[in-house]
Design a protein around this ligand. Sequence first.
Ligand code: ARG
Length: 414
Amino acid sequence: MSNKVVLAYSGGLDTSVAIQWLKENYDLDVIALTIDVGNERDFSAIKQKALKVGAVKSLVIDARDLFVKYFVFPSLQADAVYEGQYPLATALSRPLMAKLLVDTALEEGASAIAHGCTGKGNDQVRFDVGVSALAPNLRIIAPAREWGMTREETIEYARRHDIPVPITVASPYSIDECLWGRSIECGVLEDPWAEPPDDVFAWTKAPAQAPDKPVYIEIGFEKGVPVTVDGKEVAGVGLIQQLNELAGSHGVGRIDHIENRLVGIKSREIYEAPAAVVLLQAHLALEAMTLAKDQLRFKQRVAQEYADLIYNGLWFTSLHQDLAAYVQSSQRHVSGTVRLKLFKGSCQVVGRKSPKSLYNLSLATYDKGDLFDQSAAAGFIHLWGLPVRTQAQVQLLEEAEGRSGIIPPVKEEG
Ligand code: ARG
């Protein structure tokens, strides 16, 4: 049996302590694996730190392109948003991390993987379910779920073992970042009545302090994937970074969500997701032009299923593959350009165009050039209303009073 474990290493206090703890409690040599999903940090410092606090090997993988191509954009094409609010940043990054942990464990001949999640959140589920789907024989260890130390005890443990305690430990918040968004939990935010203080935000300007002049942007999509900004081609990672910066500087992308966690609790989550908010809105606007009414209706239902399965850690499932196939197929005409206006925290679609648009001016217009045959409307309405008239005569009119939608007769006064 190998005595190696691959640990998902963030460089923070918990995963640094975990390196020592895995050695002490499981007699395992730790290979630290840090995965860059756009959480802009000093990765060479993190790599060094892992070795300094006792890892036998330290690896950093730049997974940003993979993340955008296989996770973020498919989820955008699906319009996946959890509970109508959360664009799923963290939730999308975890299955990718699970995959890279498994690959690394197999390459390095490790018998286990480990992660820094506690036992209260969704991330432990996503890691554990993801890893066990891909490599059922790998052991999974979640030190922070097992060790039962309080925050203070963890800091104390770190001091005893010469593990540097980062200044950010003083921060009352728990933060997670990737290209698709930033999440902030804990501290005063645990009071759902308390307005988030300014210091929770790092990517977005307070709308009141945003520029007094709106900015317009045009996003070009190809089969549901954003490919240009203001007419210029930009690759996925760069495009998301550019929009995070621009929209964030106009105060766009703040989300305050009372969220239903998979483990059964409600939690108050603050998100900053400027690029996600802009792109999801733009994408929906283009779909409204290029998909038929029934496709749009059906796709909304798929979107909700898709968001739930991402949130709930079910990425590596056949249901996901089936839904993804539908989503891909639905995107084949979703190409065109959307124009948006960013202004003091708001993001509005102000224009859209597509070579595959189903919007037909000569049908929609009230002006000259109208091709809509108004004389056909009467016959259509006659048949459309047929079951309504039938039912009204047989059932509705006699049971009228007290039923919703039926107004009692108005009594004349005097
Ligand atoms: N509530 C979000 C989710 O479940 C964000 C989780 C953030 N994770 C973290 N380790 N801070 O996806």
